[in-house]
Every structure is written in structure tokens, then in C-alpha cells.
Design a protein around this ligand. Structure first.
Ligand SMILES: CC(C)(COP(=O)(O)OP(=O)(O)OC[C@H]1O[C@@H](n2cnc3c(N)ncnc32)[C@H](O)[C@@H]1OP(=O)(O)O)[C@@H](O)C(=O)NCCC(=O)NCCS
Length: 430
């Protein structure tokens, strides 16, 4: 095994699960049978359909050496080769304020079989992954969640919010700029050629984005084997006037009721490097014939769309949590980003799991960069590790956290330093 799989299994959790008769193992993706059993268990864990042999093989072939797959086996079950619990994690880059990135342990695929739930297996696995991230020298861990009730207890907090947007097209008369450039209809394969570069150009411009590729990108294009929705997907690319691709959108059309002019256009993805690409792609989907409603999932909280339409109320918005962040190494995490105002801030962080606990001095230079050291000075602010995770990308006001009782002290100063001028955003889930 190589990459992140070279580290041994976490001994604390292995022993804890062994005392319950369970075997916690690393899954080697080159072992086809073990990989297939793990993948089936993970799919079941999220109530997915039984994957075909082709899909299992596609996933195995696209497994990366850095994917660390963990399974928990119970030799007493009727299918002892199928794990009763799964996780998969990999190192990624999380964009932070200042156009830089910090290492993050992307945590995914956390499932426990309904036959083994609520006996501490997920706790053992998640705590193991946090220790493994630390062992890899990764200052943060991140995840997107199925339920927002699970991960606070492990020190994670929502740091990126997102919006679901519904637009009534009859009211959405365009009043924004006339964008330059051109929208082309393309195939999934054509988008596959340029899409990753477009995503990469956007990634460092937004705190909250997490680097991705491989199966996550394949899934967006509907190129996963077994993707029954694939044939419904439509792809458009925006090219700048000089012909450089600088944005794309992926959408599908859903017939609603008996009126053929009442289709819903479901915008799955819209990525734009430039303001022109943003305006052109939105205008393209809003002016589609036979569509009465455009819905879009996981859009940025500062989406300018409403300001580009004559009727502000054509757009309905629902906000939700999206990326959850867990700070593990305070000096490494906090010194990776830049800050809005210079000065010194001493903060005390409480962390039941210990990783981030301590009193830390943040010294911000006039250029916004910071050095972070352990300190014995009196703290101007105290906060839980969850509050620190929420603050970290600059999208959650300290005042909000103070109102929730997870942050105390000089709230205005914390805000003046931590807020990001660009709202954090994450364009995918994982
Ligand atoms: C969520 C899931 C992984 C929990 O597994 P589990 O082994 O039953 O969890 P544990 O027994 O280790 O519970 C750990 C803690 O989380 C709590 N918890 C577990 N599931 C929870 C849930 N769905 N909502 C709220 N709290 C939950 C437990 O009460 C326990 O609390 P405590 O240790 O502070 O007393 C499992 O129910 C599952 O696979 N769900 C479906 C797939 C899913 O949604 N996975 C999460 C992906 S983001």
C-alpha cells in the first residue's frame, strides 16, 4: 500500500472495536473482492441501489493511491466479508481567505450498518480519522454531511453555508449586463476536456473550495456507470471572446404536470471564472423556452443573481449548512490564511478531543499574513473548537457564535480580523 494508506490503522480505535468483537481494517483497492465488498457496504449505508459489477469495477479502477478506505468487519454476521461500517478519506486542499490553500483530510463514506448502529462504531471511526489526519500533518479535516446532527460532537462546524435557489422565469427579466463571449452546447466528453481546468481556475478565488477530481468529477458529468440520470443531463460551455473556455453549466429538464411549457430546469452546476461567463450562463438557463422554474442547488450565499433581474422577488432562496470544518493544528491552520486587519489577538480554544486545545497568539502583519504561537498571555477571546472551525473561513460572524454561546470576549475584534471579504463557497459535495 502507498500514499495515505501507508500509515497503520489507528490503534486506539482498532483496540476499542476489537473489544466489541469487531475487526477494523484498511481496505486495499487492488484486492478486488475486498474493494467490492467495501463499496457495496458504503452504497447500502446511503440507501443506494445495489451497484452493478461494471460500476464496482469502474470505482476500483479509479481508486487513487491516496484514498484511505477503512472497513469494520464482524465475522459473526451472515455476510462476514461485507464491512458493517465504512469510511474513506483522502488529503485535499481547502482554499482559505487570501487565495491560498491549506491541507485538509476530506472525510467521506461514513456509514454503519443498521444492524450495528448506535454502539459507538462511527465514533471510533471518526475519532480515528482525526488522529490519522494529525499523523499525516494535515491541519484541518472537512466533510459534507447527510444530517447536521452528527459531527458537532467531534469538533466540526458548518463553515460554508449554501443556498438552494428557485427562480420563476416569467418574472426573471434580465436587467444585468450584456455579457461578452459565447455559449456552446457541448457533450459530457467535450466538457471533460476543459472542465477541470475551469474548476481549477476558480478554486483559489473562493475560500471553502476543496480540490477534487476523479470520481467526483465523473459523477458531475454523469459518466459513472449505472448513472440512470446521465441521459437527462445537458452541458453548455462559455467561451470568452478570444475563444478561451471560462465557464460551464450542467442542467437537466424535468416535465411538470400537463402543461408542456411548465418544465423545471434543474441547474446542477454552474462554474464561471469571469463575470461575463457567470451572466451569460445564468441568462442562458433563465431564458430557455418551455421552462417556468429554474432550481439550483448549492449556490453561493453571495450569489449576485437577484441583482441581475428586474424583479428581485423572482428568486426564492433557502439557506443550509454545507462544508463542515474541524481545526486540528491551530498554528498551521491559522497561519495558512490571511486576515483583514493587523494586530495581535490571543485566543483560548477548548477541544474535548485535545487536538486544538490551548491558548494561541495570532500576530497579523500589515500585509494580512499571520504567525501563530502558543501563548501564556490572557486571552481576549475564548471559543470552542467548533466556533473556531466556523470562524476559520471567514464566513460566520463571531457575533453569531457569541449569541450561540460558543465564543466569548472581544467579539468585534474577532470579527474585524477573521471575516473574509469573499463569502466562502464549496461547489461540490463529497
Ligand atoms: C450516522 C451513522 C454513521 C452513525 O453511526 P453509529 O455507529 O450508529 O454512531 P455511534 O453509535 O458511533 O454514535 C456516535 C455519537 O453520535 C450520535 N449519533 C449517531 N448517529 C446520529 C444521528 N443520525 N443523529 C444524531 N446523533 C447521532 C450518537 O448518539 C453518539 O453520541 P455520543 O457518542 O455523543 O453519545 C449511521 O447511523 C449511518 O450510517 N447513517 C446512514 C449514513 C449516514 O448518514 N452517514 C453519515 C454520512 S455524513
Amino acid at each position: 500500500m502507498t500514499g495515505t494508506t501507508s500509515l497503520p490503522i489507528d490503534e486506539t480505535s482498532r483496540a476499542r472495536l476489537a473489544s466489541d468483537g469487531l475487526r477494523m481494517v484498511l481496505v486495499d483497492p487492488t484486492d478486488a473482492a475486498a474493494h467490492a465488498a467495501w463499496f457495496r457496504a458504503e452504497t447500502r449505508g446511503f440507501h443506494g441501489a445495489e451497484p452493478s459489477a461494471e460500476l464496482v469495477e469502474q470505482r476500483r479502477a479509479s481508486a487513487r493511491s491516496e484514498d484511505r478506505m477503512v472497513g469494520v468487519l464482524d465475522d459473526t454476521t451472515a455476510m462476514p466479508e461485507v464491512p458493517v461500517a465504512t469510511t474513506v478519506c483522502w488529503p485535499a486542499e481547502l482554499t482559505v481567505p487570501g487565495g491560498r490553500a491549506v491541507g485538509t483530510w476530506a472525510v467521506s463514506g461514513v456509514t454503519v450498518s443498521p444492524t450495528h448502529r448506535r454502539r459507538g462504531i462511527a465514533r471510533a471511526l471518526v475519532e480515528a480519522e482525526l488522529r490519522t489526519a494529525v499523523a499525516h500533518g494535515l491541519p484541518t479535516a472537512t466533510l459534507t454531511v447527510s444530517e447536521s446532527t452528527i459531527y458537532s460532537r467531534f469538533g466540526f462546524s458548518p463553515a460554508v453555508l449554501a443556498r438552494d435557489v428557485t427562480v420563476q422565469t416569467a418574472r426573471a427579466r434580465w436587467s444585468g449586463p450584456e455579457p461578452a463571449g459565447r455559449v456552446h452546447a457541448v457533450t459530457a466528453e467535450q466538457l471533460d476536456e476543459v472542465g477541470p481546468q475551469i474548476v481549477e481556475r476558480v478554486r483559489l478565488t473562493r475560500p471553502g473550495e476543496v480540490s477534487y477530481g476523479g470520481p467526483l468529477w465523473t459523477r458531475q458529468l454523469g459518466l459513472s456507470v449505472d448513472d440512470e440520470n446521465a441521459k437527462n443531463l445537458r452541458f453548455v460551455r462559455h467561451d470568452a471572446p478570444d475563444g478561451t473556455p471560462d465557464g460551464f453549466a450542467i442542467y437537466q429538464l424535468i416535465e411538470r404536470g400537463h402543461d408542456f411549457s411548465e418544465h423545471e430546469l434543474k441547474l446542477n452546476t454552474l462554474v464561471a471564472v469571469t463575470a461575463d461567463a457567470y451572466a451569460a450562463l445564468w441568462r442562458f438557463v433563465l431564458e430557455m423556452d418551455l421552462v417556468s422554474t429554474v432550481t439550483a442547488h448549492l449556490r453561493p450565499v453571495d450569489e449576485p443573481l437577484r441583482w441581475l433581474l428586474e424583479d428581485f422577488r423572482a428568486v426564492g432562496v433557502t439557506e443550509t449548512d454545507h462544508l463542515w470544518v474541524r481545526v486540528l493544528d491551530v498554528p498551521a491552520a491559522l497561519s495558512a490564511r490571511t486576515y483583514l486587519s493587523p494586530g495581535r489577538l490571543v485566543l483560548t480554544v477548548s477541544d474535548p478531543l485535545g487536538h486544538a486545545a490551548g491558548t494561541w497568539a495570532l500576530d497579523v502583519s500589515p500585509d494580512g499574513t499571520a504567525t501563530v504561537t502558543a501563548s501564556t498571555d490572557p486571552a481576549e477571546a475564548t471559543m470552542t473548537v467548533n466556533a473556531l472551525g466556523a470562524l476559520y473561513l471567514g464566513g460566520v460572524p463571531a457575533r453569531t457564535l457569541a449569541a450561540a454561546g460558543s465564543l466569548h470576549g472581544d467579539v468585534d475584534r474577532v470579527d474585524a480580523i477573521f471575516r473574509s471579504p469573499v463569502a466562502p463557497y464549496l461547489s461540490i459535495w463529497f
